[in-house]
Design a protein around this ligand. Structure first.
Ligand code: SIN
Length: 535
C-alpha cells in the first residue's frame, strides 16, 4: 500500500520530465514507478536519431509546416504549434540545464545539427546515435537528486483504480469517472498493492512488441493504453502505427534500429541487385521521404521482387572514421552481428516503431477521466496525426511532461481541501481462488500468435479481408486469454499478454473502421474522402 500526491507510471522522457518539474515544489510528494528493474529502461533509452531543436535558419512556423505535412492532414495544428513553439526552449531549460545533457557540438561549441526524413531544415540535436540513452542518464540522475521523488522499480501496473468501478459507494455511479491511483504488481513479492494518488500520470510508452518485427524493447506492449481503455478513457487514431523503414535484418540482431539519421547523412537505399529505388516513389524527397512512404516503398520492392531485405549504403557515402564517430552504437552493434558498416551495405527491413494514436489528451495532457493524465507515446495529443515526423517524439514527451506537471500542480493547489479516497474506500486486490501458476509456454505462444496476426494482417499494407480475419482471430484469443487471466496467479508476462490482446484488437478494429489510406494507415482497398471512389 502506498499513498502519494502524484503517481507517475513509466519513466521515459515524458514521465521523468513530469516528475522533475513537479519536484520543483518541495512540498509535493511524487512517486515514479517503473516496470523494469532499471528505471533507465524505456523506449526513450533506445532513441537514436535525436530531438528537434531550433536550427540556424529555422523558426516555429517552418517546423509546424513540416509536422503538418508529415501528419498527412490528421495532425492537430494547435497541438503541433505548441510543440513547435515551446519545444526547443524547453529542451534547453530541462535537458541541457537541469539534466546536464551535452548534445554534440563543434570545436567552437556550436551544435552539430542533424538531418532526418521530411525535415526541411537541419534541426536535430543528438548525442552520437545514443541520444535517448544520454537523455535518460541525465534525467534519472536529476530525479535521484530530488528528495521528494521516490522511484520504485520492478513494479507492473495492473489496472487503474477508478470510481465508480472500484468504489464502495453506489452513489459514485452518478459522478464522472475519476482515477485515484493504480493497482501495482510487485514483481519481487508477487503481490498486488494499492497505490493511491490525487493525480495519476500514465507515461508507459508504446506497443511495438505486439508486432512480430519491431524496433521496440520488451516492455512496449501497450500496458498503459490497455489500462486506460479498460477504465473507459477515450482512445483515438489507433490505426496509425508507424513502421520504421530501416531495422537491421541480420540473424540474431533483428529489429536493431538503423537510425534515419544514416540517410540524413547521405545513406542511400538499394535493392539487393544494386538499384536505387526511392526516386520512383518520392521524386521530391527520395531517400528522405516521410517514413510511411519509405517503409511502403521498401515493402513494395520486397513483395514485388521477393527480396527478403533491401540494402542501406552508408559505406560509400561517408568516410569510415566519420561513420564510427557519428554512429558509434550502430557501428558496434552491427559489428557484433558480423557486419562492418564502414565497408558493407546494411540489410534492412521495415519494423513496427511508434504508435501515433493513443489516449486522447488535451493541451495539458488531461485524459477523459478525472485526475488522469497521459503523456509521451501512450497519449494522443494530435501532434503526430497519421504519420509522425522524425525526432518529434522525444520533444513531445518533454513538452507534455512539462505541461502535465504544470496542470497537476495547479489542480493540487486548487483541491487541497477536497477529501480524497483512502484505503478504506478502495477494495484490496482480490486474488482468492487463483491457484494455477502462469504457464510461460502459454504466455509466449499466445504472444507470438498476436505478433504474427498483427504483422501479417494489421501491418504496413491492410485490406478488409486481412482485417476481418485479424479481428476474428484476435477475438477468439481475447476470450482464451481472459479465461487464462481470470484463473491464474498474476505474473508480469500474463499482465502484458492481457494488455497486448486488448490493444491489438483496438488497433485492428480502428483499422477496419477507417477505410481511407492516410499516412501510416495504408489500405489497398482505400476509398476517397467522398467515400465512393477507389484510389
Ligand atoms: C531514428 O533514429 O531513426 C528514430 C528517430 C525517431 O523515431 O524519431
Amino acid at each position: 500500500m502506498a499513498e502519494t500526491e502524484v503517481l507517475i507510471i513509466g519513466c521515459g522522457i515524458a514521465g521523468a520530465t513530469a516528475a522533475l518539474q513537479l519536484a520543483r515544489n518541495p512540498r509535493r510528494q511524487i512517486t515514479v514507478v517503473t516496470r523494469a528493474p532499471d528505471p533507465h529502461e524505456s523506449n526513450t533509452q533506445y532513441a537514436q536519431g535525436g530531438i528537434i531543436g531550433r536550427g540556424l535558419d529555422d523558426d516555429p512556423d517552418i517546423l509546424l509546416a513540416d509536422i503538418l505535412a508529415a501528419g498527412a492532414g490528421v495532425s492537430s495544428p494547435h497541438a503541433a504549434r505548441i510543440l513547435a513553439e515551446e519545444g526547443p526552449p524547453l529542451l534547453h531549460e530541462v535537458l541541457e540545464e537541469s539534466a546536464g545533457v551535452k548534445f554534440d557540438s563543434d570545436s567552437s561549441g556550436q551544435p552539430l545539427w542533424g538531418n532526418e526524413a521530411a525535415h526541411s531544415r537541419r534541426r536535430i540535436l543528438h548525442v552520437g546515435d545514443g541520444t535517448g540513452a544520454a537523455i535518460m542518464e541525465g534525467l534519472i540522475t536529476a530525479l535521484r537528486s530530488c528528495p521528494n521523488i521516490t522511484i520504485e522499480s520492478n513494479a507492473t501496473a495492473v489496472d487503474l483504480i477508478t470510481f465508480p468501478h472500484h468504489s464502495r459507494d453506489p452513489l459514485d455511479n452518478y459522478r464522472p469517472i475519476a482515477c485515484h491511483g493504480a493497482y501495482m504488481f510487485s514483481r519481487g513479492e508477487h503481490t498486488v498493492h494499492r497505490y493511491l494518488a490525487a493525480a495519476t500520470v500514465l507515461a508507459t510508452g508504446g506497443l511495438g512488441r505486439i508486432y512480430r518485427n519491431t524496433t521496440n524493447p520488451q516492455g512496449a506492449r501497450g500496458d498503459g493504453l490497455a489500462m486506460a481503455h479498460r477504465a473507459g478513457a477515450r482512445i483515438v487514431n489507433a490505426e496509425y502505427v508507424q513502421f520504421h523503414p530501416t531495422a537491421l535484418a541480420a540473424p540474431g540482431a533483428e529489429g536493431l534500429l538503423i537510425s534515419e539519421a544514416v540517410r540524413g547523412e547521405g545513406g542511400i537505399l538499394l535493392t539487393p541487385d544494386g538499384r536505387q529505388f526511392m526516386a520512383e516513389y518520392s521524386p521530391e524527397w527520395k531517400d528522405l521521404a516521410p517514413r510511411d512512404v519509405v517503409a511502403r516503398a521498401i515493402h513494395h520492392e520486397m513483395e514485388t521482387h521477393d527480396y527478403s531485405y533491401v540494402l542501406l549504403d552508408i559505406a560509400s557515402r561517408m568516410p569510415a572514421d566519420a561513420i564510427r564517430n557519428r554512429f558509434p552504437n550502430i557501428y558496434a552493434q552491427c559489428l557484433k552481428a558480423g557486419l562492418d558498416i564502414t565497408k558493407e551495405m546494411i540489410p534492412v527491413v521495415p519494423a513496427a516503431h511508434y504508435f501515433c494514436g493513443g489516449v486522447l489528451v488535451d493541451e495539458w495532457g488531461r485524459a477523459s477521466i478525472d485526475n488522469l493524465y497521459a503523456i509521451g507515446e501512450i497519449s494522443c495529443t494530435g501532434v503526430h496525426g497519421a504519420n509522425r515526423l522524425a525526432s518529434t517524439s522525444l520533444l513531445e514527451g518533454l513538452v507534455w511532461g512539462n505541461r502535465a506537471a504544470r496542470h497537476v500542480e495547479e489542480a493540487l493547489n486548487r483541491s487541497l481541501a477536497t477529501k480524497r479516497p483512502g484505503f478504506a474506500d478502495v477494495p484490496p486486490w482480490d486474488e482468492s481462488g487463483l491457484f494455477a501458476e502462469p504457464d510461460p509456454a502459454l504466455i509466449q505462444g499466445d504472444m507470438q500468435t498476436i505478433q504474427n496476426i498483427m504483422w501479417h494482417y494489421v501491418g504496413l499494407v491492410r485490406n478488409a479481408e486481412r482485417l476481418s480475419r485479424a479481428i476474428r482471430e484476435l477475438r477468439h484469443l481475447w476470450n482464451e486469454i481472459e479465461t487464462f487471466y481470470r484463473t491464474t496467479k498474476l505474473a508480469d508476462g500474463l499482465i502484458g499478454l492481457r494488455n497486448a490482446i486488448e490493444v491489438a484488437l483496438l488497433i485492428a478494429q480502428a483499422a477496419q473502421h477507417n477505410r481511407q489510406s492516410r499516412g501510416c494507415h495504408y489500405r489497398q482497398d482505400s476509398v476517397s474522402v467522398e467515400g465512393d471512389r477507389l484510389i
